[in-house]
Design a binder for this molecule. Structure first.
Ligand SMILES: C[S@@+](CC[C@H](N)C(=O)[O-])C[C@H]1O[C@@H](n2cnc3c(N)ncnc32)[C@H](O)[C@@H]1O
Length: 476
């Protein structure tokens, strides 16, 4: 026992900070190491450039900064005619009213959470009941020992207390009833952001799958129609059938007006647009692209989300695209959908499919393994008006493709963060085809100048055109 007292005397009564630090390290170990969060990124520098990409860059058929895996584009504005229609409808409604409502709508949608399931509610109630019993110094035995009248009084008091605490603590999911004013406010506050997310996602699909030209589109929770606009902008004059399922008649009214320059007497700018208020029972498959954009958190329960996904996947011939907010709740429903569809694919051969983006693998999400609050967000920049500043927001997304993974579906690592560039190095944090989070430091000397140039300008969300080194020859 003598030694610790000596250490205590020697260090605590001097004012020397470093001595105190030394003492605490001796007594408790190096706290910095002890409590530092262990990074889930393992280090692997053994990468080499994809041979095909290297050849194209050397032959100057491709730019190293704008290779097949790079998806950066300048902040997007809405198509001119959509901007014009939106302004016309808002003006006819009264700008001031919509301005005020649009902030509330944006907050409501951005902070939307997953509705609690029955078992989760019961668990929360049980937890609170235990707390209240303890606070009130009450036990089941004590309750039993009271006469009926006193017991009933006590139970009534505690039930009220539990419910009051539960109301404060838990999120109360509520269906949003869209009026025309709310739909307009929604469009004003969210359309630019949602349109930009969709454009970024469709841009990746177009760049990676040059032969894909969708002719039929299915949009679940179609709202004001951002999916239709973004899809037609990416593949002009390609889609001849638009099937939009939308519960709210006000949303349908607004989406339709936007297609007609804000004037119901005018023709729609896209061909064959069908609005339906419920999922069709009689339509069986046949859509090149199915989309649910910011709609899964509008569904009342896990059961409703999964049954909707089941129908959407069955309606999909080629690609199913899901988009949500880039927060914990958005990611939760996206990852739930990913697991559900991958499971469905395993069980039913006819419904087989794989993850096309963002994950370069069909394994479990490594973020779910390593983080208490897992999230895989991507960032998008957009401008509401030509003269207004660029805004940034996060989104989560998933693209599932029907069928078996094809040889041309590259399994390059996906950048989870923009590349850091200390002198002569490119440091990348990636999600890889082996289902792991990895860090790589790419240098000209070790990996060759072509790969180095490709990687240096990488931005979060890009694919890096490289493969594990043992699979291919090294660049001389
Ligand atoms: C946040 S908005 C998404 C809007 C849309 N994707 C867009 O880009 O404008 C969600 C939409 O889903 C619709 N919705 C909610 N539950 C639905 C259901 N069961 N069937 C069809 N639409 C639904 C809502 O009315 C709302 O318009």
């Amino acid at each position: 026992m003598a030694a610790p007292i000596a250490i205590f005397r020697r260090f605590t009564f001097t004012k020397n900070k470093s001595n105190i630090l030394l003492l605490s390290r001796r007594l408790f170990g190096n706290s910095q190491n002890q409590f530092k969060e262990i990074s889930p990124f393992t280090t692997n520098h053994a990468w080499t450039i994809d041979e095909e990409i290297k050849e194209q860059i050397i032959k100057e058929e491709m730019n190293a900064r704008r290779h097949t895996g790079s998806y950066f584009s300048q902040p997007k504005a809405l198509p001119k005619s959509l901007r014009y229609s939106l302004e016309t409808v808002i003006e006819s409604f009264g700008n001031a009213d919509i301005d005020k409502l649009s902030k509330d709508m944006n907050n409501l949608i951005s902070s939307r959470k997953v509705p609690l399931e029955k078992d989760e509610i019961l668990e929360i109630l049980q937890e609170i009941e235990n707390e209240v019993m303890e606070q009130e110094k009450m036990s089941p035995e004590h309750l039993q020992s009271l006469d009926d009248r006193k017991r009933e009084k006590h139970l009534h008091y505690m039930r009220n207390k539990i419910m009051n605490i539960a109301r404060k603590r838990s999120y109360r999911w509520k269906e949003i009833e869209y009026t025309l004013a709310k739909a307009l406010a929604y469009a004003k506050s969210r359309l630019h952001f949602e349109y930009s997310c969709l454009s970024r996602i469709f841009f990746e699909m177009k760049k990676r799958d040059e032969n894909f030209r969708p002719q039929t589109l299915f949009d679940f929770g179609s709202g004001v129609g951002s999916v239709m606009w973004a899809c037609n902008d990416m593949w002009p004059k390609s889609i001849f059938e638009h099937f939009c399922v939308e519960k709210s008649s006000s949303m349908i009214e607004l989406a339709d007006l936007l297609l007609r320059d804000g004037n119901e007497a005018k023709e729609r700018c896209f061909k064959n647009v069908n609005f339906k208020s419920y999922m069709p029972k009689d339509v069986k498959g046949g859509f090149d692209i199915c989309v649910s954009s910011f709609s899964l958190l509008h569904l009342t329960s896990r059961e409703e989300r999964l049954s909707t996904l089941n129908q959407l996947w069955k309606l999909t011939d080629e690609y199913l695209v899901l988009v949500e907010n880039g927060n914990l709740n958005g990611f939760k429903v996206i990852n739930e959908a990913r697991d559900f569809i991958l499971n469905m694919s395993k069980i039913d051969q006819d419904q087989g499919g794989y993850v096309y983006s963002p994950c370069p693998h069909d394994l479990g999400c490594p973020r779910m393994k390593h983080y208490a609050k897992p999230l895989c967000p991507f960032s998008i920049s957009y401008r509401k008006q030509l003269e207004t500043p660029v805004e940034n927001k996060k989104f989560c997304y998933l693209i599932m493709k029907k069928g078996k993974r094809r040889p041309e579906d590259v399994e390059w690592p996906r950048l989870m963060d923009s590349v850091k560039n200390p002198p002569r190095q490119a440091v990348c944090h990636m999600c890889t085809a082996s289902g792991e989070l990895q860090t790589a430091v790419i240098t000209k000397a070790k990996h060759g100048k072509t790969l180095y140039h490709c990687v240096r300008n990488g931005r979060s969300g890009d694919l890096l055109p490289m493969v594990p080194a043992e699979n291919t020859k090294k660049e001389p």
